[in-house]
Design a binder for this molecule. Structure first.
Ligand SMILES: [Zn+2]
Length: 468
């Protein structure tokens, strides 16, 4: 992924304010340092539910919580089989966690800096003095260098490697169990993970403070986006403007920018009828708060009629976007305005396909809609800092570990998200599962097709021709 990466990583850290800064200079006057994260780096704040989840995982694996009260945490989604997140604290990656679909469980992978926040009670190995330097340089811990190994360590566990004085010198995976390790006189006990030579400076901070530290950066990002909106509008006189609103954070930030640039415009809400209840609530709240007209469009029963013929949509057969979004939107634009200019919350950091997308475009299936993306260059962290600053009513799903707002059963979601939805919205999920079983029986498919979510992919190329 990094090879094809076209954007630049923007995460910096102020060690005086203990906050992320999306540029070289903090508002306090300090120079910042860059934080090494995995591209594309669509960084975002961790909410309380995310932090609780991290602490639960850490407690389960290492016997302690990781994140102390009063510290801010940033997440960065990185490529893996399903869902994997880097966790950034004190300006460094302190751990990662991932969902393992085959075992239906989460696993936490610590980095050396995690020990700055929390000393492990379980799953640690103590190395002899002579082994410390080679291990710091990346060597495995070999049996002769072993001083102690915590008794619950099993083969293939994530482990901390400590010096005799208790300093964390490496993290890695054990090759053998504690019992086996104690009986060995040669061979590797644990394989270490490469450690980046970066720094981690823990310190308390709040999101209000982070907003303040980014004052100039947010002002600049806002005025660039506002000027972009004004310029697109002036180049396309006579086109009715609107904001395509989905109930997600990106379209909310886009709406705020457009309101500042050109004043009130209608919001275009394309209701797939497969949205979360919170999303409908958010749409109502936003329309009311900003006093806007709403233009609603939807597919009605078309989704379920097409389901009868096509089966569930899949990442490589996304008939749903066309049926539920593109065509209803096209219809309503033709009916109401003939043609229009829609501002859309598309951002390049969302995906590689989005990296390559122009900032103003027409979808070939909806030629009557000229689309423009004011926040194209923002990361999710820009968006949230901006929404925090503006005290904007963002969708509360973000606080429930659902960071992708849209149809609840979108085949592009990861299985980790489906597990969260299953737990939080059992009725919604049961309804969908009944539909899947219906199609499974109709087509004579195996039960794995439902149980392992094989319905999400038919085996072709991913269809990226989505709405935005
Ligand atoms: Zn600062």
């Amino acid at each position: 992924m990094s090879k094809a990466f076209l954007g630049k990583l923007v995460l910096n850290w102020c060690d005086k304010c203990h906050t992320p800064v999306l540029g070289k200079k903090c508002f306090c006057g300090e120079e910042t340092r860059s934080v090494s994260i995995t591209p594309p780096g669509d960084i975002r704040p961790a909410f309380k539910a995310d932090i609780d989840h991290i602490n639960d995982l850490y407690l389960k694996q290492f016997g302690e919580k990781l994140v102390p009260e009063g510290h801010i945490v940033i997440l960065n989604k990185i490529p893996d089989v399903d869902r994997m997140e880097e966790v950034i604290m004190g300006g460094a990656v302190v751990c990662a966690y991932r969902y393992i679909p085959s075992e239906k469980r989460w696993e936490l992978l610590p980095r050396v800096h995690a020990a700055k926040y929390s000393k492990p009670k379980y799953k640690y190995i103590v190395a002899d003095d002579g082994a410390v330097e080679p291990i710091k340089k990346g060597s495995s811990l070999l049996a002769p260098g072993l001083v102690d190994i915590e008794e619950s360590v099993k083969a293939d566990d994530e482990v901390f490697i400590l010096s005799k004085s208790g300093e964390c010198i490496a993290v890695g995976r054990s090759r053998v169990s504690a019992k086996e390790a104690k009986e060995m006189d040669r061979g590797p006990v644990a394989k270490t993970r490469k450690t980046k030579p970066d720094v981690c400076v823990p310190g308390e901070a709040s999101w209000e403070k982070a907003v303040g530290a980014n004052t100039n950066i947010l002002n600049n990002a806002e005025s660039e986006a506002v000027n972009f909106v004004k310029s697109v509008v002036s180049k396309n006189p006579g086109l009715q403007c609107n904001v395509s609103y989905s109930g997600g954070k990106d379209s909310l930030a886009t709406l705020l920018i457009v309101l500042k640039a050109i004043g009130k415009v209608p919001v275009l809400f394309s209701d797939t009828e497969l949205e979360f209840p919170e999303t409908y609530k958010n749409v109502e709240e936003v329309v009311e708060k900003y006093g806007l007209d709403i233009v609603r469009t939807g597919a009605g029963e078309t989704f379920w009629e097409d389901f009868e013929v096509e089966g569930p949509p899949a990442v490589d057969v996304r008939w749903c976007c066309k049926v539920c979004k593109l065509l209803p939107v096209k219809r309503i634009i033709e009916e109401k305005w003939g043609e229009c200019l829609s501002f859309i919350g598309q951002r390049k950091y969302e995906s590689l396909a989005r990296m390559k997308s122009p900032r103003v475009w027409r979808n070939y299936k909806v030629q009557v809609q000229l689309s423009a993306a004011p926040i194209q260059h923002w990361t999710a962290l820009h968006v949230f800092l901006y929404l925090f600053r503006e005290k904007a009513p963002y969708n509360i799903l973000y606080k429930r570990r659902i960071d992708r707002i849209g149809c609840f059963m979108c085949p592009s979601s990861d299985l980790a998200t489906f597990e969260i939805i299953k737990a939080e919205y059992p009725d919604l999920w049961k309804m969908w599962e009944e539909k899947l079983y219906y199609w499974m029986n109709k087509q004579g498919l195996s039960e794995d097709w439902v149980k392992n979510a094989e319905w999400r992919k038919r085996g072709g190329e991913d269809d990226t021709s989505s709405y935005t």
